[in-house]
Structure formats: C-alpha cells, structure tokens
Design a protein around this ligand. Sequence first.
Ligand SMILES: [Zn+2]
Length: 436
Amino acid sequence: MMDLVVRSRRAVTADGERPAAVGVREGVIVEVAGYDAVLDAAEEHDLGDDALLPGLVDTHVHVNEPGRTQWEGFPTATRAAAAGGVTAIVDMPLNSLPPTVDVDALRVKQAAATGQCHVDVGFWGGAIPGNAGALPGLHEAGVFGFKAFLADSGVPEFPPVSPIELAAALSAVDAQFVVHAEDPFHLHEAASSAAYPDFLASRPPEAEHAAVRTAIDAARAGGRRVHILHLSAAGALPLIRRARAEGLRVTAETCPHYLALAAEHVPPGATEFKCCPPIREAANADLLWAALAAGEITCVVSDHSPCTPELKRPDTGDFAAAWGGIASVQLGLPVIWTAARARGHSLPDVVSWMARRPADLVGLSRKGRLAVGADADLVAFAPDASFTVDPAALHHRNPVTPYAGQTLTGVVRATWLRGRPVTGETPHGRFLTRES
Ligand SMILES: [Zn+2]
C-alpha cells in the first residue's frame, strides 16, 4: 500500500520523458511504473497530459533573514519557491546578518528559519578575508560549500577576497567553492544615470573574463572544485572550456535573466533589471544558450536576490543607486521553459539544468530526479498553458520583477514536498545538510 500515486503522460523521469505512474511511501519514491500500472495507494492523482517533474533545486537564493528580513524572509521566499516548482533551495551566506561565515552564524540563521520553511533549505557558507580557519568547522556543520566574492559584494560585512585570500580559503578545506566572478580592476564607478547602457558600460565583460581566470587559477593551484556563479559574459566560456579539458573541476551556472532578457530592451530608469554582473546584449545570450546546450554551462539557477522596493526602484530611476538583484525563484521555470521551447529544447533539458545538475553540484543524491529512492518532491506542470506575470501574484516579500506583464508558457499546478502537498499554510520543509 502506497501513500500517493501520481500519474502523467509526460513524466520527466531519470530516464527521460515518458508516460509513468510514480508511487510514494513515507515521502520517498518507491516505484516508477507504467502510466496504467495498477498500484494500491491511499491517494491518487492523474495529471493526464500535464507534465510531472521532479521538484527543482535552486542552489542560488538570498533569503536575507535574519537581519534584512524586510528584504526577504524564509516563509515568503520558500512559499514563492514552491509556487514556482522549486522544492529545495540553498541559501547564500550574505545579505542576512550575521553573514554565514562561522558556525555560530549558521546556528543563528537556522534558528531564524526553524518552522518557517515551505520547501527544504540548505546553506552555503561564506569565505571572507581572515576566516579560513573557520571553514573546516562550518563545513563539518553541514554547509554545502563556500561562496567568495572577487569584487565588492554590495554589503560591508561580506568583503571580497584577493586571489591570495581565495587560495588560502581553498587550501583550508576540501569543499565546493562558488565564486562571484567580477574583477574589481575592470569595474568602473557607475555615474548617476537612468540610461541602462551607462550602467552596463561600468561592468564590462572583461571584468568577468579576468575573474574567471583568477578562479580557474585557484582551482588549478588548490586542486579544488570551483563553480562560477551567475555567468553573464559569454566571452569567458572558452576559458571554462579549456579548464575542463585540462581536467580541472570547474563548472558554471547562469540565470534566467541572462538567458531571457537583453540589454537592448531595458527601458530607461527600469532599475528592476539591474543585477551584477549585468544583463548583456541578445547576441551574448545566444552564446549562453549554445553553451547550455553543449553542457558547458551546467545549471540554471535564480540568484533570487530581493530588497525593499525603495532600494530597488529609486524615484530617480538611477541605475547606480538601485540595489542590484533580481528576485525570480517563483518565475525561473516558466521564464526558462518559454525561451527554451522556442529554441527547440525539451522538458528533460530544462529539468536537467534546473533540477538534476544543481542537485549534483551540491551532492543532493535524493533531490532533482524522479527515480526510486529519491525524495518524492513532485511538480505538476502544465507545459502548454500560459499566463501573464502579475507582480501581485508573486509570493516573495517584495514582488518587484522585470518580468511584469510578460506572457509566459508553463504553469505550476501543484507541488509536493516529500509526498505532501505544499499549500503555503503549515510549513513542512526541512534543513538539508551536505551528504558527504
Ligand atoms: Zn547571488
């Protein structure tokens, strides 16, 4: 007797898309059978032609609680995640206070999150100048690895590391490192301006190229795993390609906004489009898509990074003054599916980029896949339905979005976390910790 069976003619299983029935017992997938299989279950759903996906895994989310809870918090971020088909997030170590740079800070954050999470939540630690000695203990406490900035992070309590400090962090612990790759020597102070090209010119592609080079050099010298966060400049791709050919453990992600938005179309004063690194031209996005198709970029994650509306949209429309960050944990799946489908990609491609590979990045062997033994994190997704983005329908705390008014294809109809529906009422998310 199973607790739950969900059937779909378009189930994206670990072996590809096919008609299937997924059986669940005690929160775990115990059977992936044919669509018409006779399975004895307490509860059954037939999605028909709607797709059944594994819950997405978003390894790049800034929740900001505690400390900047008015920017975002655990209940709102995780409700938005579930509404977007994301059942596991990994929270970034900065923008909350204190930043997650030692075990005490991790405990403070976990205490703030306790009982508030509608999806499962894991944590990244932070590598800042002088905390290399804290990294082994923090790793032992279960963080998935360590984030470092090579340029100003935007908040004073999380300073960037120099190449030498990055090397010190890498030599302190054998962990997954994730790097914000912009080189400060190639960044210019942006002048006050409501013109997007002025902001874009202040963060040229060369800043990413140089920082990716620094990160690859550190990976080579330390023999460590280094992941390039939110890659925007396609010109850095040959560097990553060569590093991988060399056998270095270097991977890269990009985000929905770098793939689906374009600098040419950012209206004057539309600071909801500001993020760092910046959204570049459409021709650059084409190259990112090609790299994704070729497996050179391994995953697509949101970099959900909200703030208050006052910080995000100053009255002046000044790109220099606005906070950089795009909050899209709820919209990533339809944004990517809409654009991916138009480019001839399949649902299994999207699941690979947004569920399986992010899970693999952090070693979550039971997440991001519809397979026997995996957690029963399930998403009912209508791949042909469309909707118009209404900020009022977003669940994150400050629903400002560059996607407002866009018509997107793909609607999340329901989300289950370990076999139980996520309703947005009683949270039943758990903390995730590193498996090995
Ligand atoms: Zn980020």
